[in-house]
Design a protein around this ligand. Structure first.
Ligand SMILES: [Ca+2]
Ligand SMILES: [Ca+2]
Ligand SMILES: [Ca+2]
Ligand SMILES: [Ca+2]
Length: 220
């Protein structure tokens, strides 16, 4: 914590001495006193625009590195402040709501990914598009999102199983990779998948996807 300097009090003290000594203050000092409105300025060490409530100075003018805001709860990390976007998988409570990495599934897996067979997968909030290494393109419309899977309607133009329903299960999600298993691909309805037993096994990446291996997806 920095020790504050009360500049106004210094000026007043100086004037007091001058009055005692019958000296006269010039107009500039009088004006400085009149215009001095002190404020409390808070240090913003990480420069995220939010100040440290425990480190402040009182001054008429803004000290370098100090701001009026005092709501930063970690002034050594520019990714943390009230209202910050929660960054997934960094093990930090970025927005200070008491929850660490509270990210939705789609928040974590949105983007472009490439699988271990060179297929490219583009995931948005509403769809999964997969282009295989044989250039076939599959589009799946996301109908339901849970913590580790989505249920989709297969697009009517898909090369196979058009208009039927799929389930994609995700595991080992990190910033730059995850494992994926399409555990259902030709189901007659969304309800059918919801009521069916999913036999995927995230503990067995080699054969835990219906006897096949889970796809390893890395950020494209
Ligand atoms: Ca700050
Ligand atoms: Ca901060
Ligand atoms: Ca949080
Ligand atoms: Ca976080």
């Amino acid at each position: 914590m920095k020790q504050n300097k009360n500049r106004c009090l210094v000026i007043v003290f100086t004037i007091g001495i001058c009055a005692f000594n019958s000296c006269s203050e010039d107009d500039a000092v009088d004006e400085a006193i009149d215009n001095c409105t002190e404020q409390i300025w808070y240090q913003d060490l990480d420069q995220d625009g939010f100040g440290n409530p425990n480190s402040f100075e009182q001054s008429c003018t803004q000290p370098v590195g100090y701001i009026l805001n005092n709501s930063d709860f970690d002034d050594n990390d520019a990714t943390t402040y009230p209202g910050a976007e929660e960054i997934c998988n960094d093990f930090i409570d970025n927005n200070g709501n008491g929850e660490i990495d509270e990210c939705s599934l789609l928040n974590q897996i949105s983007g472009s990914w490439i699988d271990n067979f060179n297929g490219v997968h583009t995931i948005t909030n509403t769809s999964i598009t997969t282009s295989t290494n044989s250039n076939a393109i599959y589009l799946y419309h996301i109908l339901e999102t849970e913590s580790n899977y989505v249920i989709c309607l297969n697009d009517l133009n898909n090369p196979f199983n058009a208009g039927l329903y799929s389930k994609f299960v995700f595991t080992n999600i990190s910033t730059n990779m995850f494992n994926l298993c399409q555990s259902f691909y030709d189901s007659p309805s969304q309800a059918f998948i919801e009521n069916a037993t999913d036999t995927t096994n995230p503990g067995d990446l080699d054969t835990g996807c219906g006897g096949f291996s889970w796809s390893l997806m890395t950020r494209n």
